[in-house]
Design a protein around this ligand. Sequence first.
Ligand code: NAD
Length: 497
Amino acid sequence: MKMTIQTSVLTLKNYINGQWSEPISKQYEEVINPANQEVIAYAPLSTKEETELAIQAAKESFHSGIWASKTTHERAAVLVEIANKIDEMAEELTILETLDNGKRKDEASFDIADAATAFRYYAGLILHPDGETYPVPDNVQAMVIKEPIGVAGLIVPWNFPLLMAVWKIAPALAAGNSIVFKPSEVTPVTAMKLFEIMHDAGVPKGVANMVIGHGDPVGQTIAESIDVDIISFTGSTNTGRKIMQAASSNLKKISLELGGKSPNIIFADADLETAVDYGLFGIFYGAGQVCSSGSRILVEESIYDEFVARYIKRANNIKVGPGLAEETEMGAIVSEQQMNRILNYIESGIQEGATLATGGKRLIENGLDKGFFIAPTVFTDVTNDMRIVREEIFGPVVTIQKFHSEEEAIQLANDTDYGLAGGVFSNDGAKALRVIKKVRAGITWVNDYHPTYVEAPWGGYKQSGIGRSLGKYGLEEFQETKQINIRLNVEPNGWFN
Ligand code: NAD
């Protein structure tokens, strides 16, 4: 396979109160490229102590007004500068993201471009403030204004390291908050580059802080802190539960973007080639390590056999390999731990009686043995009580089920604890809309799967989360809402004599 890029080993640092700092523990851990297990960086193993320093820096900067009191024009100018610098560094960021996460290079390239777009979008949004005013009884004028919340704790996973960071950092800063950010310990590399960019773009000292380390202690300290006013978390549903409990310390606002087990419903009247294509794209993009993956394909009885035959043929042709290799169509699994987790799920599917139609194994041929690769895996003959149908696998594993009626498709689609995403393929527009409206999920598609746009809200129903990222909703997550009542006749009210 043709590899083009070499990288040197970086030593990552924390960024606290405008300064780059080594971890107090002086301890680091290796960050590896999952395509070949080469060390690409050393990441700080930070402690509770420096997490608290970062929180205090954010708190002081917020109350100083150094950022919160800037005009929206001034804040927007900094955000646009960050976007421009991301664009200038796009190639370097793309390569680092590919090496760190293992994804295919052009997937990383989309992430970096989307990150710049998100900063520009929120710069634009705050230049169009909206407010409300009501003439209410008693000669009073009521007004509703938005204010920053204060210190925002931001915690993200490893699957879209830079993009998930930006989906939080851009709106949090746009709204005027100060932030304490924690990247995933598995993929912290591009976050350091982003903080260098923010430093250079003029984000004031103390406003943006980053602590690299493990969920416990760093994330847990942020979630528990009584000086953090909102926690915005993206990650697994189990960690989301812990965050929710920790956040009760000061009843901080919470925003949770969690896991999914999303249905992709294919009706017999769909364009079959398109449905097969998006059925593959829906699960094998990002090697299935995408929260909104269409991991449960539901196919109408009359086209089931044909769909499955075509689907398996194409799944078998997907070229799996290192993200930087030009011919790669699906990249690596992010870590050995995640690979083993996926292989265990595959084993459980076989044990529970599902038919392994293709894949189901680690790939080790052609030099892939040095990395973590799993073949695109398809299970058929599954039932809704199997773990591979109920639990989020977060890997390139899909189940295909048959349905006999519109009602059964909806029932199967909604028979899940999750409610993140879903898709419907049909050439009957009325039916497609009727069904997608019944799917209990926050992010849905008709004759499409996966693309999302910064203008529209992102988030889940049920155990897939609380709140929404992106769009105006994403900004509102980081804002308090205040009513101001102004009496127009200034005189005593005479309630007490
Ligand atoms: P994870 O929950 O293991 O970790 C996510 C982050 O939380 C990491 O930074 C981790 O260090 C931190 N963390 C772990 N324990 C913590 C604790 N006790 N307190 C505070 N922070 C803690 O998730 P992951 O394995 O990194 O990512 C995969 C998961 O993320 C999947 O479930 C996926 O569906 C979900 N995800 C959801 C979305 C979405 O928008 N809904 C997007 C991407 C990923």
